[in-house]
Design a protein around this ligand. Structure first.
Ligand SMILES: NC(=O)c1ccc[n+]([C@@H]2O[C@H](COP(=O)([O-])OP(=O)(O)OC[C@H]3O[C@@H](n4cnc5c(N)ncnc54)[C@H](OP(=O)(O)O)[C@@H]3O)[C@@H](O)[C@H]2O)c1
Length: 432
């Protein structure tokens, strides 16, 4: 094997390691590092859960004396200044490594290039840009937050053969099968927050948690866009709010509040962790398959035991004439149940997203419904689209998907099509 393919293989391993803690490192990126001596990996590291320690000191500690004269492969430029942990560039220099290979340079201007300069000044050979596309993909949430001051937004939708995402008044409908649903659970576990509109929260009564054995502790923060605070106190979201945080985004004008995003109430989220550079301000290969649409289409039935939607009177309703006092009492009831209510215009993602980014949310999974998905798509804030297509049809009363394979915006690249159980997944991505 040539030196360069060796390099690619070791960087691939560093990227794989970095992916292990996606969604668990707060505002720090989940970085991977391997230390290689005489063609063998002698140290491995992933940014720890919570964001600290960083990947490099862990990999160097495992390598010990074997790091001397070795090569370190790291997915992101090593940090260069003192924060809550000493600079990783210093740790690399002290370890005696002779070469450092980096996939992605840090876009933060307080870090960018400095880590590399420190290493070079110490006589270490530094190479950058190896497997940069894969590296950027693995660090997409961090890079988006750093460069765009908002979370990386993934839109996931399950669509029937006839282009529907649900049926009016029927609550949750099983459009996709268990394999696709398990994938979505895994995706939730790798994401900081998950967001739905009040229409979905009411119609589907979803829990939006991770229920994969062993990963139950990795449920993301759950966010509901709910201008009039209609989220029922009996909903699964509210009933589980003390176990997994729920944020309801109410509409500030409704409350006559002057509150701006910078004045959002204290969060139930953990304190913001400093970034990789301790700055206080803040998957798998794809198999290409041609599916076509000619498969046998089966009608889809509602899931058994689902909560009735608004149309069946399954929830308390509200109207525009409600008094501020009624809304205030609903806010208090939600807060007493452990829900955090924030005031920010729910249908202005340009205000909401930076507010979420300032609260340690670097990745956001938008799970619908139709209006909410359209809102984020039309505002141009979606970075990745996952379109799961089930084999059945919904027919009359169906809620049309806000996006189809045929109308994906032109700046998205089609990553591929994959079979997932009886369903298919089309994945699209914009450049980070
Ligand atoms: N297959 C899937 O992947 C999937 C995922 C999630 C949900 N769903 C289905 O989608 C359905 C719910 O979809 P939905 O569109 O009614 O609900 P939604 O997007 O969850 O919530 C929309 C609610 O927000 C209000 N709203 C007002 N202005 C808005 C704006 N600019 N942007 C966003 N929302 C705005 C809407 O009020 P108005 O009605 O007054 O306009 C509506 O009450 C359910 O049947 C659910 O099962 C399917």
């Amino acid at each position: 094997m040539s030196a360069s393919s060796d390099d690619a293989q070791f960087m691939q391993e560093a990227i794989r390691l970095g992916l292990l803690h996606l969604g668990q490192t707060s505002t720090n990126p989940s970085v991977g590092c391997v230390v290689v001596r005489d063609g063998k990996i002698v140290g491995r590291g992933t940014t720890a859960v919570g964001g600290r320690p960083h990947a490099e000191p862990q990999a160097l500690a495992e390598a010990g004396e074997l790091a001397r004269g070795a090569t370190a492969y790291v997915t992101l430029e090593p940090c260069s200044h003192h924060g809550k942990t000493p600079p990783c560039a210093d740790a690399l220099i002290a370890s005696g490594v002779s070469r450092v290979v980096i996939s992605v340079t840090d876009p933060d201007e307080r870090v960018s290039g400095r880590g590399i300069a420190m290493l070079r000044d110490a006589g270490i050979v530094v190479e950058t840009g190896l497997l940069e596309e894969e590296g950027r993909h693995s660090l997409a949430a961090y890079l988006t937050r750093q460069t765009k001051n908002r979370p990386y937004v993934i839109l996931k939708l399950a669509v029937s053969q006839d282009g529907m995402i649900g049926r009016m008044g029927e609550g949750q409908i099983a459009i996709t099968g268990p394999a696709a649903r398990a994938e979505v659970q895994q995706l939730r576990a790798e994401t900081d927050a998950i967001l739905v509109g009040i229409g979905t929260a009411v119609a589907d009564d979803p829990e939006l948690t991770v229920r994969i054995p062993g990963l139950q502790g990795r449920s993301p923060v759950r966010i509901v866009l709910d201008p009039l605070l209609e989220l029922p106190l009996t909903s699964k979201l509210v009933r589980t709010a003390r176990q997994v945080p729920v944020i309801v985004v109410g509409r500030e004008e409704v409350f006559g509040s002057e509150t701006g995003e910078q004045d959002l109430p204290p969060s139930v989220l953990p304190d913001i962790s400093p970034t990789r550079g301790e700055i206080d301000s803040l998957p798998a290969s794809v198999q290409n398959v041609d599916l076509g649409t000619s498969g046998q289409a089966q009608p889809i039935s509602p899931l058994v035991g689902e909560m009735p939607g608004r149309a069946e009177g399954g929830i308390p309703t509200t109207n525009a004439n409600e008094t501020t006092a009624q809304l205030e009492s609903r806010r208090q009831a939600l807060e007493s149940a452990g829900v955090e209510v924030v005031y920010c215009h729910p249908y202005h993602p340009e205000q909401l997203l930076p507010a979420l980014a300032s609260r340690a949310i670097s990745s956001l999974l938008v799970e619908g419904g139709a209006k909410t998905a359209r809102l984020f798509l039309e505002a141009g804030y979606v970075d990745r689209i996952l379109l799961y297509q089930g084999p059945g049809t919904i027919g009359q009363g169906g809620i049309e998907t806000p996006i189809r394979k045929t109308d994906i915006p032109s700046d998205f690249k089609h990553v591929g099509t994959r079979i997932v159980g009886d369903d298919s997944l089309d994945e699209y991505e914009r450049e980070v």
